[in-house]
Ligand binder design. Structure first.
Ligand code: ADE
Length: 248
């Protein structure tokens, strides 16, 4: 997949976009990531990308002209059918379903907002505005990196073990079950016996139940949209009182 990022802080991407899964995905050709400096589309001596807000008020606003030129240029170069995303706190909240939807795109152009805001006329160039949560960051660069990470690991072939994503889809919409590694006993804490039993069916059942319990306890809202079987629903009913400690 081709992902283009347009930013005034290209250096911020150097480390995070070269390490770990993203670095490997780039090296192996699964991800073609290009970070563009918005200043390359300015025409004045100072390479200005922001200006004072009409109507007054604090802070600066990102100018529309370099952004229009950059977005038009980069989308045309990427073949014209990439989705243009704008990172803003008022966008659609990123979740696993949106990451999966974006991973199906032929390409993405991610435009990072900065400063106090962005000229409102730029928003009409975006196919989608994306937020990474209900808090305000100093700019859209960290959100852009979050999007690149969440999308890249879903691209076919990127994760070494094919189970890694199928295990995630096994608990799709639920919190993850607990994991353990050696030693089996550590400072008096031992690993649940079932995980040492070698019985794969029992392990799968235990994991599913642990994922349901954790979700019921910590994120019960997720159970509204999770893909639950009859036996999941029965299990939840059976343990509800014990897990919630009589809160309900
Ligand atoms: N820019 C600033 N805060 C943001 C957020 N929470 N999500 C996306 N872009 C942002």
């Amino acid at each position: 997949m081709r992902i283009d990022v347009i930013t005034v802080m290209p250096d911020m991407f150097d480390g995070p976009m070269s390490a770990s899964i993203i670095g490997i995905a780039r090296d192996r050709g699964f991800l073609d990531l290009a970070i563009h400096d918005l200043r390359d589309w300015t025409s004045d001596k100072h390479r200005t990308t922001d200006d004072y807000p009409f109507g007054g008020g604090p802070g600066m606003v990102m100018k529309p002209d370099p952004l229009y030129a950059a977005i038009e240029d980069v989308t045309a170069r990427s073949g014209g059918d990439a989705r243009v995303l704008l990172t803003t706190p008022q966008g659609r909240r990123l979740n696993q379903a949106l990451a999966a939807e974006l991973a199906e795109s032929s390409g993405l152009v991610i435009v990072c907002g900065r400063y106090e805001g962005i000229d409102d006329r730029v928003r009409r160039l975006a196919d989608l505005e994306v937020s990474v949560g209900d808090y305000v960051l100093s700019g859209g660069e960290l959100p852009a990196m979050v999007i690149v990470d969440a999308v890249t690991r879903l691209l076919p072939g990127v994760l070494g073990h094919s189970e890694s994503t199928s295990e995630e889809s096994f608990t799709w919409g639920l919190l993850e079950y607990p994991q353990y590694t050696r030693p089996a006993s550590f400072r008096g804490m031992s690993v649940p016996d079932v995980l040492l039993s070698g019985d794969h069916a029992k392990v799968a059942e235990w994991r599913r139940q642990q994922a349901l319990r954790k979700t019921l306890q910590l994120r019960p809202d997720l159970l509204q949209t999770a893909d639950l079987s009859e036996s999941d629903l029965e299990y939840i009913e059976r343990v509800r009182e014990e897990v919630l400690g009589g809160d309900e």
